[in-house]
Design a protein around this ligand. Structure first.
Ligand code: PAF
Length: 329
């Protein structure tokens, strides 16, 4: 056998060995199913990718994330139940359905609770927000970080909503969230709790008139295709929780837990950066697609109309808690 032929055989044998070693490593990587409601090119997708990259790198490939965007594993309620059952390892969800599982979370869903984005981030990253994450454990959920969607605004197909009275009788889809339901009832609308995967169809069919979500969701879901009017109410800040399943968590070493926690924080920051960017251009984009936008909303009038709801929130969550949140600089 010639030297060239012999060295060719040796090279292919070495390559085959390396390939099989590589696939053995790949096979060993534990799959992490990560579900979320929006498309890959959304703030959720940005958070998911950053979380996955950080953990995969931090654990030297011991884990491989498999993403299930666009509600592929069901609505947010199903995702949270999946965590409790251990059928999904990780999720990124809004607080929409969360307070049905962790009632204390409902406090962050109170309209006009946060003065602005900076205030919301300071509260969630501070002692209060971190303690709130700790409360998930008793409910069979391991919450690792707070990400963000932005402030929620109102869209509808009936007419331009300029003032509180314009909400009268409007059928507005809300999340399955008692705090939001109370708010929209108090404002005179007809709130219709509905899981996100049903919303676009319901708007198309006219079974609801409108919905409320941040600009990040409006842009990701191209809501201008099914909605005519946008009112920049900024009525409530929308946090996002990055959560893992307790059965999955229980099987991790301390170093791996640290990696998942660190990765969730990186993911949360990625969602915030995405929201910052999309909020700068999203409204213009909506206008460009023909949406009529009301920008000059009298928020004080909305707050006044919500007084009866604030009484209920104070009774439920404690005025002391609300004051402590307001006091955060
Ligand atoms: O409105 C909702 O249900 C949520 O904001 C959404 C769009 C599913 C994102 O979490």
């Amino acid at each position: 056998m010639s030297i060239t032929r012999r060295s060719l055989i040796a090279t292919s044998a070495a390559l085959a060995l390396a390939a099989s070693a590589g696939s053995a490593i790949a096979q060993q990587a534990k799959e992490v199913k990560l579900g979320y409601a929006l498309a890959v090119n959304s703030h959720y997708g940005a958070a998911a990718q950053a979380w996955a990259d950080s953990v995969e790198k931090g654990t030297s490939g011991a884990f491989k994330f498999k993403q299930f965007p666009s509600s592929a594993l069901g609505g947010e309620r199903e995702l949270i139940e999946g965590l409790q059952l251990g059928t999904v390892e990780a999720v990124i969800v809004s607080t929409g359905a969360l307070s049905n599982f962790v009632p204390d979370v409902g406090v962050v869903d109170i309209p006009f609770l946060f003065r602005d984005t900076q205030h919301a981030r300071a509260v969630l990253d501070g002692a209060f927000g971190q303690e709130l994450l700790g409360k998930f454990r008793a409910r069979g959920l391991i919450a690792l970080a707070w990400g963000e969607q932005g402030f929620r605004h109102l869209t509808n197909n009936k007419h331009a909503v300029q003032k509180v009275d314009d909400l009268k009788g409007l059928k507005i889809r809300v999340t399955e969230n008692p705090v939001h339901i109370t708010a929209f009832k108090t404002l005179g609308a007809s709130p219709t709790p509905m899981s996100w995967p049903e919303v676009i169809g319901a708007l198309q069919q006219g079974t609801i008139d409108g919905q409320e979500n941040p600009i990040s969701v409006l842009a990701s879901a191209k809501l201008w295709q099914v909605q005519k009017h946008l009112t920049l109410t900024s009525h409530v800040y929308a946090p996002v929780a990055l959560i893992v399943s307790p059965s999955f968590w229980g099987g991790l070493s301390d170093a791996q837990k640290a990696s998942f926690t660190q990765g969730a924080k990186v993911g949360a920051l990625a969602s915030r950066a995405f929201v910052d960017a999309v909020e700068k251009k999203g409204v213009e984009e909506a206008k460009g697609h023909g949406m009529q936008v009301v920008t000059n909303v009298d928020q004080a009038a909305f707050r006044t109309a919500l007084e009866p709801a604030y009484k209920q929130y104070a009774a439920k969550f404690g005025q002391k808690t609300l004051d402590a949140i307001a006091a955060v600089k």
